[in-house]
Design a protein around this ligand. Sequence first.
Ligand code: KG4
Ligand code: ZN
Length: 441
Amino acid sequence: MGGSGLDGLILGIESSCDETAAAVVRGGREVLASVVASQMTLHAEYGGVVPELASREHLKNIVPVVREAMVRAGVGFADLDAVAVTEGPGLAGALLVGITYAKALAAGLEKPLIGVNHLEGHIHAVLIESNPNPTRDDGTVSNGAPGFEAGSPLMALVVSGGHTHLYLAEAASDVNPDPTHARAERPRMNGAPKINLWRYRNVGRTVDDAAGEAFDKVAKLLGLGYPGGPWMDALAKLGNPRAVEFRFQPIKRKTDPTHERPERSLMNGAPEGVEDEKHFDFSFSGIKTAVLRYVQTHGMKDVVEVRRARLGAALKERPELRAADAVREMPEVFDQETLDLIASFQFAVVGNLLKQTFAAAEAWCARGVIVSGGVAANSELRRRFSEEAARRGMRVEFPALAMATDNAAMIAAAAWGKFVAGEFAGDEMRAQPGLRLGAGY
Ligand code: KG4
Ligand code: ZN
């Protein structure tokens, strides 16, 4: 509370992919507890997420994970002001577990239920982290980082195993909290502050694989552990990023006719004529094929299979084995040619993400950049984005490492503005596997 003026408690629940997560967040930004049960080792055996297994694991984990979050936060169910849950995008069966549980809990407690877009959650993972004080000088209260509002609009790159999207994020005009809320449903506030909501416009996306998926697939074809991103990140440090040159071809955009066109008025700050042209798309399936071809044409297949067998056996015994330990314990498995290939791949992918993001930021007159999602944990990405932002005199923010990958604190944080504005979900809330964020395309 600490005089912030806002202390509503939201329980967030996330089950869209392979993590069952629950978190208790106060005032949309103060994380009291965040618990994540990862199914990583379960899916590692298959080299990817198996939807049926994921749903079953969520079912098993959801009750203990929520209970653990409540215990760690030191609050009871009666203390909660709302329950928020990811409604999409994600795996249908996996989403359904979280939604069904959240619905039942909210109904039982007679608390409001809030549906959250997973992608907005990822963006808010940055906002909670960078918002030490939610009360602004004028006495109004922000949902998100005050510094960022000052810098709105922002260019947000959401880059994970399932997504690679660029969103222009704008602090929408101040929204007054709905005065018709029942007292019990309203956050406790001093005075009647205004709340900022965010609105989004999708200005770039991958036309095929997500960046994290490319990391995972290349790691798999090189015989490394799952998920591949952290392995590639660690091993790239040992290789020469200039050893192999990978090029990205211009991308042909596939417009989805089923998706509504954005209103022209949506982004007032956008330069004239920019609406239809300034899209900054990604494609990562080509570079994955290029790595495969390189392995085939450079006689690396036998080395890869030896590594796959050795690492596979080690990981079976110790699923928690990390790349740094593996390199120390069995250096002979990591030949220089492979390390150079990994470093070159990462250098190219990060370079492409960087080029598109800053080009989009410039074209859409964004004043800062946000990078979130699992790949935002990548150390080279953080370093190069920070350097580029500094060079341009822009601000760039990443979530804390624990908040970069899937978690429920980001869901509770993204629910805050909706809670204050009274945007509650009804009984009809359902899993939306293909849910999109904002206008665009
Ligand atoms: O956000 P997330 O937990 O789940 C999705 O919504 O997809 O992201 C997981 C993805 C995986 O593809 C994983 O390999 C990647 O993030 N990842 C990384 C790193 N840490 C996780 N990719 C590159 N470098 C990393 N350090
Ligand atoms: Zn995610």
